[in-house]
Design a binder for this molecule. Structure first.
Ligand code: AMP
Ligand code: TRP
Length: 330
């Protein structure tokens, strides 16, 4: 049995990139393993959040996990902030993480902007250290994430080993990133060179897991593509970022591959392909979106799931902190 740990930030709504890059892989791995899937609300406040929106987002994310197929009886679903040990361990790990390691993190550079070195918050800078704490606290062995988080998981490994060296114990195991599926990096529907992101301005750049069938069809219809017909092989998509993205989405959703999708659509135009893609997206997303709405109508029900998840997580986290504190000399 493998201990699997991952989280998603409680900012805005989830999109199909989060689903294909992360959530769907969690669903596939939940049985026969021990999983802790949290809602990263501490990470969310590394950029300003409206408190009432944050509160709602945490619940909506929990509902989305369940709607996407995560079984709350099997998996501990909880809000990160309800297990204070995440922050405690992050401090200890921060004390042995060299600034040089953090300076290499590309996400910080992207999020902090060009004056980031002076203006970004310490939390945004320390973001990957908190991520390391999130996983090491539970001795997580596998970390299923999308491609953009790979660098952070690699840092987690370095931090685990740095702890072991400092305290001369073989205590933490270095967790492995699990980046799987056809669509580890889903791109914006407006610009095939940019990652699909929750925070991009245009809602037309992404498909939200809460979009209804009409919205999905319209977004796919308006998605940027190009004038050429679909090619025979994935290699020919290399310089066609938007086409590549749409074909990747199709392959991932159909449970096959880009090559398989092209076998079906080679020579066809986007006006033939897009309606079929829209159908497939609707088939996948619409049931999730309906279920999220149902679950959100019963806030108490969601709170019970979150509370149970917190209790389960705390048992493991408290034991780790007892051991860590003893090693540190507290
Ligand atoms: P975030 O929305 O940044 O909290 O990301 C939550 C999870 O979704 C992480 O595992 C990310 O790597 C993954 N993810 C985010 N955006 C994408 C994307 N455009 N394509 C694939 N995976 C993604
Ligand atoms: N930073 C991750 C993201 O934006 C979310 C996250 C927080 C996470 N802590 C984690 C993912 C620990 C995996 C493990 O996607």
């Amino acid at each position: 049995m493998t201990r699997i740990v991952s989280g998603i930030q409680a900012t805005n709504r989830l999109h199909i990139g989060n689903y294909l890059g992360a959530l769907r892989n969690w669903v596939d791995r939940q049985h026969g393993n021990e999983c802790l899937m949290f809602i990263a609300d501490l990470h969310a406040i590394t950029l300003p959040q409206d408190p009432s929106a944050l509160r709602r987002n945490v619940r909506e994310l929990a509902a989305t996990y369940v709607a996407a197929g995560i079984d709350p009886e099997t998996v501990a679903i909880f809000a990160q902030s309800t297990v204070p040990a995440h922050v405690e361990l992050a401090w200890i790990l921060g004390c042995l993480t060299p600034l040089g390691w953090l300076n290499r993190m590309t996400q910080f550079k992207d999020k902090a902007g060009k004056d980031g070195a002076d203006t970004a918050g310490m939390g945004l800078y320390g973001y990957p250290v908190l991520m390391a704490a999130d996983v090491l606290l539970y001795h997580g062995q596998e970390v299923p994430v999308g491609d953009d988080q790979k660098q952070h998981v690699e840092l987690m490994r370095d931090i685990a080993l740095a702890f072991n060296r400092r305290y001369q114990q073989d205590y933490f195991t270095a967790p492995e990133p699990m980046i799987g599926g056809e669509a580890t990096r889903v791109m914006s529907l407006r610009d095939g060179t940019k990652k699909m992101s929750k925070s991009a301005e245009s809602d037309y750049s992404r498909i939200n897991l809460t979009d209804d069938a009409d919205a999905i069809s319209q977004k796919i219809r308006k998605a940027k593509s190009d004038a050429s017909p679909l090619p025979e092989s994935p290699d020919e998509l290399k310089d066609r970022p938007e086409a590549n993205n749409l074909v990747t989405l199709y392959g991932a959703l159909a449970g096959t591959s880009r090559a398989e999708a092209l076998r079906e659509f080679a020579g066809k135009s986007f006006s033939d392909f897009k309606p079929r893609l829209a159908e497939l997206v609707v088939e996948t997303i619409a049931p999730i979106s309906t279920k999220v709405k149902e679950l959100m109508a019963d806030e108490d029900g969601i709170d019970v799931i979150l509370r149970k998840g917190t209790e389960r997580a705390r048992v493991i986290a408290d034991q780790t902190m007892d051991e860590v504190k003893a090693m540190v000399g507290f």
